[in-house]
Design a protein around this ligand. Structure first.
Ligand code: PRP
Length: 478
């Protein structure tokens, strides 16, 4: 008994020392996790953060736990230990049986029994969780809870301090790039903690794009065993991103071609072993094209600015629109239809499509915000439909569906108005680049993975006036 008191006081001192030491933030947190693990003789500890939309927990650092256990998959914060979200201590006596445990099989494999979680807070909000795991079923004494609470408070303070220092750092940086024209400070990134883990800047940019489209993401949340030797895992594959809402993994690869071959092999293995897993690979080219859409690809202005070749000429476009319009007219019959288009790219297609329909239609336009350089910004409706569409038949009209992120957002928004039906008509379908599988009811043309311009579609605002659809000279976005 006497000995334990001494041990705990040593642990308190050690945690306080670590918090004040001049060591890198994540290393300090890991050291606290280690102190807590050793002083209480438990299996391990993990410090977790709530994800961007606060639905999931991601491990920031852990001690005493295997990589496979740490990366066992997405942890839904509300299901996992709901008490945490209410700011209370949460306790699971047996993680292999408790209904709240999302990975009982993995807990069994790691030989984990009891779990205690303590909320991490910042500015009055829950920002994460400090979680402790034991090998034996364990009831935590008040003294043990006290030291864990102490550690959780210190961790919370460290996170807040870290965020603040990053904020000040950012302010210092932006103040040096203030221009005379605009004396405003550029906004700072929201939380730097989630981004600090990225192993490549392209991953961070991709995460910002997902943030913009309000798509919740988790970084490297699950490691899939893909190779065994005598029952022992010898090879694993950890996809970069997991999008829980879509149950989709995304692997970005901006590496050398030789490394891509190896990565492709791993993804092939993963698909064979886990056929139920939905994974997409985005290579450097895909990724560059995705950013080019927002004008972020390296633009070489010295090279020819123009169209490489025509994909569909004016009469091909008109003929196809006539066919699609006929199909729509037949299917809607005498139902009153509202066409809704998202500006700007859709205006040419919308104008021609409506003129070919021979059913009663009205037209609405919407505007949505554009992905910009402000990392705080999220997609929003800048101009909404200005009539009540509840109980109406809606046909959402798009010029192009590429990743599907715009359409996914707009459809969700329109669904909230309870229309009688909601269908989609797009002139162009770049299916090969899809990230979100949205249902397209009417399609003009399926197109290859090329950057297309003309007939309303732009590159950096230009080319919308071309009467045909052409492929942009690839040297422009190389
Ligand atoms: C185009 C198009 C779609 C969106 C599709 O708009 O009009 O709304 O891209 O892309 P996604 O499937 O990858 O989300 P864009 O953002 O180029 O703006 P614009 O219509 O003003 O040209």
């Amino acid at each position: 008994m006497e000995k334990k008191v001494v041990d705990y006081s040593q642990a308190f001192t050690q945690i306080a020392k670590t918090a004040n030491a001049n060591i890198p933030f994540k290393k300090a947190l890991n050291s606290i996790a280690k102190t807590a693990t050793k002083s209480m003789d438990v299996a391990g500890c993990a410090i977790m953060l709530l994800s961007s939309e606060k639905g999931y927990l991601t491990v920031l650092t852990a001690y005493g736990l295997s990589d496979m256990f740490i990366r066992k998959g997405a942890l839904n914060a509300h299901k996992s230990l709901p008490e945490i979200m209410k700011g209370k201590i949460a306790y699971i006596a047996d993680a292999t049986r408790d209904k709240r445990a999302q990975y009982p099989r993995e807990a069994e494999m790691e030989n984990i029994r009891s779990v205690i979680g303590l909320p991490l807070t910042g500015k009055g909000e829950i920002v994460g969780e400090f979680r402790v795991y034991t090998h034996e079923p364990k009831i935590f004494s008040n003294k043990e809870k006290q030291i864990l609470l102490y550690a959780a408070n210190i961790i919370s303070m460290m996170i807040e301090k870290y965020e603040l220092s990053r904020l000040l750092e950012g302010e210092k940086r932006t103040s040096t790039v203030r221009t005379r024209r605009s004396d405003k400070l550029t906004k700072l990134p929201p939380s730097t903690l989630h981004t600090s883990n990225f192993s490549h800047p392209s991953e961070e940019k991709f995460a910002r794009l997902l943030d913009f489209y309000r798509l919740e993401w988790l970084y490297e949340t699950r490691s899939f065993p893909i190779g065994w030797d005598n029952g022992k895992v010898i090879e694993m594959f950890t996809p970069d991103f997991y999008l829980p809402e879509l149950d989709l993994y995304i692997e970005l690869t901006t590496l050398k071609q030789s490394l891509i071959t190896e990565k492709n092999r791993k993804i092939r293995m993963l698909k064979e072993i886990y056929p139920e897993v939905n994974i997409k690979l985005l290579n450097k080219g895909d990724y560059q094209k995705m950013l080019a859409k927002y004008g972020y690809a390296p633009v070489n202005l010295n090279k020819v600015r123009g169209v490489d070749h025509v994909l569909f000429n004016h009469s091909q476009i008109q003929e196809r629109i006539r066919t699609v319009a006929k199909q729509i007219s037949l299917e809607y019959g005498d139902k009153q239809l509202i066409l809704i288009g998202v500006l700007k790219g859709v205006f040419c297609f919308m104008a021609d499509l409506m003129r070919h329909l021979n059913i009663p239609v009205t037209v609405e336009f919407m505007g949505i915000s554009y992905y910009g350089k402000d990392p705080d910004q999220k997609v929003k409706i800048t101009m909404d439909v200005d009539r009540n569409i509840a109980g109406c038949h809606i046909l959402m009209v798009e010029d192009i569906v590429d990743t599907g992120m715009t359409l996914n957002y707009v459809l969700k928004h329109l669904m909230s108005y309870n229309p009688a039906s909601l269908k989609v008509c797009t002139l162009l379908d770049k299916r090969v680049r899809r990230i979100i599988d949205v249902t397209l009811d009417y399609t003009g043309f399926e197109i290859p993975d090329e950057f297309v311009v003309g007939y309303g579609l732009d590159y950096c605002g230009e080319y919308r006036n071309l009467p045909f659809i052409g492929v942009l000279d690839p040297r422009i976005i190389e």
